[in-house]
Design a protein around this ligand. Structure first.
Ligand SMILES: Nc1ncnc2c1ncn2[C@@H]1O[C@H](COP(=O)(O)OP(=O)(O)OP(=O)(O)O)[C@@H](O)[C@H]1O
Length: 615
């Protein structure tokens, strides 16, 4: 079970990882205009260090930053034909030393009014692309001189300032991505079926999703003031916070509004380098866990009363009785020889009851070693005995919660466990091995046996009180030999089943095979009949099941029976056998050839006999 749970949890985690990979790949591009404030601050810093004015444009020729230290004109438009625009386009620095003569100024609309004496314009580069440009402006002869004399150093300085702007841009990009991831993570957490609590390194809760809030009856505001082990006081949880001891799939029980809530919890630490930065606890209600386990581990083949083949009066009556009691919660005791279909009936009863959407768990009391029956049925707590699985284990009664448990071969239940079973049936609750709490159980019990339980009870081999507790609704399934009318229809049904399974197309049973099968004792009932059909369909090479493909064991029994058969004249037997052979192989020329071969006579003899017996 733990393996299945591990798989489930790791599947969820896989989903998160895939999701993160997906959102990580979706970069949202950040523009200079998104960090306008930072760019403006950098413009002002450059201006105050150099005592010159600064203008910064993005690659859409929009002004992102400017200073008005000496140059008090409002720059409203930047064009690609302006020097700053040209630098953005070319990605190369430009130095203007005299406004009028410069080729960069000739096309400028502002040329006549321009007060600039000199300018250095340098691109801001990100991934080798110009995403904007910084312009350093001198409006006096004094600063023109400084600017032109130091142009190499200033270009270098503006490069560094460009890098600073790019680093702010990258910071913004990273924080945007984190914001998206955070929001998506919160949405995921609120849409999963698992409860999640995140705590900081001191154990204080920083996040709870709606599942855990509902389960523990908390509001997010209330939980934020608490430590994780205040809401889940289990020792594992404390050790997770204090000692960074991780754990997985521990079954816990919490008392909520006087009801015990059973859940499975796992705890993991959040690492930041070598240090723990907090912990994450996941939580699943046991009912949900059982549901998934049952869905995964049980076959989804359902059995209805229509799957119980037979139209004899005997079986029809049993089916009617079983249908009548299907919806009751009373215990049923199914009695019948081995292979009569007791489990089939139990499944059909469950399937037509209002418990049909809950689990049906079959447990064979004779197939499990005596010392394991108790822990298998009732489960155990962690540390109940040497070798007990960490976190304990639920029993079949708990796994079948809300559904039906089928206790097959109940006659083989050890006496000391009969006492415990009786208590469970009376009190409708179980106590796990090593546990002190009683867990309420809503599981319908259907028991079955091929033993004479009443006689065992009389002889003191089975607890009488348990016998009466189980025998509330007895259902007796008659053996196959007492409902011979069903054999033919079951044979036809099984032939169809095995034709399909074995990919064959056998049309029927030859008449002598049919009479052998109809008269067999069928000590193993329908199970034995099924085995014979499976064997014969495997062995048969013609289109009818012939005596050659019947298991020897059946023929041996038939041989015994044959001694009681009345003796008939040889000719009569010969005529009957030839008739049967022609029926099996047909009376075409090929059919006759096959019949002759099967009868081990020549074709000429076969034709002669056909004429002789007028067939
Ligand atoms: N009436 C029936 N129609 C079709 N199949 C049947 C019928 N009765 C029994 N079978 C088949 O026979 C086999 C044995 O049935 P089942 O296990 O229900 O018998 P059982 O009485 O519970 O046996 P046991 O006492 O040995 O546990 C199964 O494969 C079942 O599908």
């Amino acid at each position: 079970m733990i393996k299945i749970i591990d798989e489930l949890i790791s599947n969820d985690i896989m989903m998160y990882i895939l999701y993160f990979c997906y959102i990580k790949g979706k970069d949202k591009t950040v523009k200079l205009s998104d960090i306008r404030q930072e760019v403006q601050k950098i413009s002002e810093a450059i201006a105050s260090v150099l005592n010159m004015d600064v203008i910064i444009s993005d690659n859409e020729f929009k002004k992102i930053g400017d200073t008005k230290k000496h140059f008090d004109e409002e720059v409203k438009i930047i064009k690609d034909t302006y020097v700053i625009g040209k630098v953005v386009k070319s990605g190369k620095p430009v130095v203007i030393s005299g406004m009028e003569e410069s080729e960069n100024c000739i096309v400028c609309d502002e040329k006549g009014k321009c007060k600039l004496k000199a300018m250095i314009c340098n691109p801001i580069k990100y991934n080798n692309q110009a995403i904007g440009a910084i312009g350093l402006i001198a409006i006096s002869e004094e600063y023109k001189k400084i600017l032109l004399e130091n142009q190499v150093n200033l270009i270098e300085f503006l490069d560094r300032m460009g890098d600073l702007i790019v680093s702010k841009l990258m910071e913004k990009e990273a924080s945007n991505k984190l914001e998206v991831i955070k929001n998506q993570l919160l949405s995921i957490m609120d849409s999963i079926d698992e409860g999640v609590i995140a705590a900081d390194e001191n154990g204080y809760i920083v996040y709870t999703n709606s599942v855990i809030n509902d389960a523990l009856g908390l509001t997010p505001e209330e939980s934020m003031k608490k430590r994780i082990y205040d809401v889940l006081p289990q020792s594992y949880v404390k050790k997770l916070v204090k000692e960074n001891k991780q754990f997985s799939n521990i079954e816990i029980s919490i008392n909520k509004n006087n009801n015990d809530l059973h859940a499975l919890i796992s705890g993991k630490t959040v690492q930041l380098g070598a240090k723990s930065a907090g912990s994450i606890l996941t939580f699943r209600k046991m009912d949900d866990v059982y549901k998934v386990i049952n869905e995964m581990s049980l076959s989804n083949v359902t059995t209805s009363f229509d799957d119980i083949i037979g139209n004899s009066e005997e079986i029809v009556k049993v089916k009617e009785k079983a249908k009548m009691v299907a919806n009751s919660n009373s215990t049923i005791l199914i009695l019948g020889e081995s292979g009569t279909g007791k489990e089939l009936f139990a499944r059909a009863i469950h399937e037509s009851s209002n418990r049909k959407n809950k689990p049906f768990i079959a447990f064979n009391c004779a197939a499990i070693p005596e010392n394991l029956i108790e822990s298998e049925l009732f489960g155990y707590e962690e540390g109940a005995f040497t070798g007990a699985v960490r976190g304990g284990k639920p029993g079949k009664f708990q796994l079948a919660q809300g559904g039906t448990i089928f206790l097959d071969e109940i006659g083989d239940m050890p006496l000391h466990l009969q006492t415990k079973l009786l208590r469970v049936l009376q009190e409708k609750s179980i106590e796990k091995i090593g546990g002190h709490k009683s867990i309420p159980i809503d599981t319908r019990v259907i028991a079955a046996t091929n033993k004479e339980l009443d006689k065992m009870a009389e002889a003191g081999e089975f607890r009488e009180d348990l016998y009466y507790r189980l025998n509330v609704i007895p259902i007796n399934i008659p053996p196959l030999r007492e409902r011979k009318g069903d054999i033919k229809i079951i044979l036809e049904y099984l032939l169809k089943v095995y034709n399909k399974k074995l990919n064959k197309n056998i049309k029927g049973f030859s008449s002598n095979v049919e009479s052998v099968l109809l008269n067999n004792k069928w000590k193993g009932n329908v199970r034995e009949l099924e085995n014979v059909v499976e064997y014969s369909v495997n062995m048969e090479t013609t289109s009818y099941i012939t005596m050659n493909s019947i298991p020897q064991k059946i023929l041996d029994t038939e041989g015994v029976a044959a001694r009681h058969v009345s003796i008939v004249p040889i000719q009569e037997m010969e005529e009957k056998l030839i008739k049967q052979a022609l029926m099996v192989y047909g009376d075409s020329v090929t059919g006759k050839a096959m019949a002759a071969e099967a009868l081990n006579i020549s074709m000429a003899t076969l034709y002669r006999k056909i004429k002789e017996y007028n067939l």
